[in-house]
Design a protein around this ligand. Sequence first.
Ligand SMILES: *Cc1c(COP(=O)(O)O)cnc(C)c1O
Length: 345
Amino acid sequence: MADLPPPTLRLRIDEGALAANWRTLDAMSGAATAGAAVKANAYGLGVDRVMPALLTAGARDFYVAHWGEVPEVARHVTAGAISVLHGVLTPADAAFAREIGARPVINSLHQAQIWLTTGGGVCDLMVDTGINRLGLAMDDIGDPLLAQLEVDMLLSHLASADEDVPLNTVQLDRFRIACGAIPARRRSLANSAGIALGADFAFDGTRPGLSLYGGIPRAELEDRISQVAFPQAAVMQIRTVQAGDSIGYNATYTAERRMRVGVVSLGYADGFLRCRGPGGALLHNTCEVPVLGRVSMDMVVVDLSAAQGIKEGDWLNVPMDLSAAAAQSGLSQYELLTVLGRRFS
Ligand SMILES: *Cc1c(COP(=O)(O)O)cnc(C)c1O
């Protein structure tokens, strides 16, 4: 096939910042070792782009949610380093786990039964200490079936580590009880925000995701975590609108004066959701160019009044300071990353 022409949408990953974020989170984990959550295509940044940097930095334990996510990660690391958070829902999951060599995170007595009756082997085990999603119920931690499992990592997951609420210590206390009841080689409780809660929450392994990729769920991480994802979109056309002209679907914006506007190759299919329109802007170098009217699927129109010397084909920066973008849009920092589409190069 012919070579693709130059793109109008690109995503720069700062691999140095990514590696530094992992090292920071690993150091903040104290005696514990930080792993890396790479589910959802590494939070939208691309498994192939982040794995080399994470491996070079020193990450050894990787977490995905679905079995379908394993092959891509396993191109970079031995499958034995990958844990699958959804566990085994069916015997087919268990068969695939054994064939590919990744560990299921067992989430219930029923999953334990599936794993054991299909042959057993090393697995992880998630205990639910208060989030009430997947995870073995605390009432089941003494079940004799569990003694048959070969548990590598015993896990639990914090519901509100990004807040200072009593639930954090409630979950910590319950996890300690689970650790006393269930033999395992290693234990893990903290996600990114949990790492900032301190050494009590670190155990043997931590599981950062968001903060690897530049997310700041707690103030303690603010000066230590750097932005990793830098999307850019090209100006495809510059046009002039007259006073009274409206812009975009449903004519939600009407120009009050003659103005120069830019049509940019970025839309909600690229993760620039409609909520990033009102009050939002792109950046020409460091100059803000406000979004005008609705964000379309493939385009957005911006006000170029303040952009000196801009021309068609120039690149605009998409603001991805995650705290600021979350505040502007009402989206979570997680959503801002994971909705990035597949059209970036
Ligand atoms: C996604 C996930 C993580 C990573 O959490 P962050 O808040 O992104 O750091 C850790 N553990 C489990 C079980 C998860 O589902």
